[in-house]
Design a binder for this molecule. Structure first.
Ligand code: FMN
Length: 216
């Protein structure tokens, strides 16, 4: 029985584009996998604490050697590790905040650097065969050739970090751009770019969730 782990992180509730696309993926996946298990975590509604000394120690210390503080810190880490271990497919709704990922997602990622998730010299880990789909949303455009291309630290950062965890080949970013075009007069000229980007994102997640195939 396959398992989908679905995470969201936008502070924008029902108006969120990244949530809309991650939810569309989850809905298509659940239709295609009616017996599948579904797990959901909202990192904006239930934020994880920032990494501290005890949590960092818990990540790097074998269970038998952990201090009382580290054992307590592990209580927060353990369910995150279990969710990811159980998942066959992971979808992450990821808005761009100040050119990068939300700090709530960073707090989650910081707690995943356990030894068993870190890639070995061959670049692989126990996470390598899982499918990761990241539905990003950005107010502007960071596509190749655009003026803001070099400000893109959202997809580029997450690709590197997930690569550190052995996730590279089965990783797909579905980016919806110019999400502020309907609201910001200076961006109104890019409304068509936004609409195409949104339509493409819907089509991509439907295909991905139904086939599970990573586009070449
Ligand atoms: C705190 C904050 C910071 C933002 N920073 C950026 C940014 O650096 N670049 C950008 O293009 N859009 C930025 N935006 C706009 C969001 O990326 C855009 O509204 C996106 O659609 C948010 O995702 P959501 O629709 O899933 O909430 C920012 C929005 C917020 C609330």
């Amino acid at each position: 029985m396959p398992t989908l782990l679905h995470l969201d992180s936008s502070l924008n509730g029902a108006n969120s584009v990244s949530r809309t696309i991650s939810a569309a993926f989850a809905e298509h996946w659940r239709t295609a996998n009616p017996d599948g298990e579904y797990r959901y975590r909202d990192l904006a509604a239930d934020p994880l604490p920032h990494l501290d000394q005890a949590a960092h120690g818990a990540l790097t210390t074998p269970e038998a050697d952990r201090t009382a503080e580290q054992r307590q810190a592990w209580q927060i880490i353990q369910p995150l590790v279990e969710d990811l271990t159980a998942a066959d497919v992971v979808v992450i709704g990821l808005p761009m905040y100040n050119f990068t990922i939300p700090s709530t997602v960073k707090a989650w990622l910081d707690r995943l650097a356990v030894p068993e998730f870190r890639a070995g010299e061959d670049g692989r880990s126990v996470l390598s065969d899982k499918l990761f789909v990241v539905t990003t949303s950005r107010g502007g455009s960071y596509a190749p050739g655009t003026p803001r291309e070099s400000y893109e630290f959202q997809e580029s950062y997450l690709r590197k970090y997930l690569g550190f965890l052995g996730v590279a080949d089965n990783l797909v970013f579905v980016n919806t751009e110019m999400t502020l075009a309907p609201y910001v007069p200076a961006l109104a000229q890019f409304q068509d770019v936004h609409e195409k980007s949104l339509a493409d994102a819907h089509a991509t997640v439907r295909e991905l969730a139904t086939t599970g195939l990573v586009p070449a």
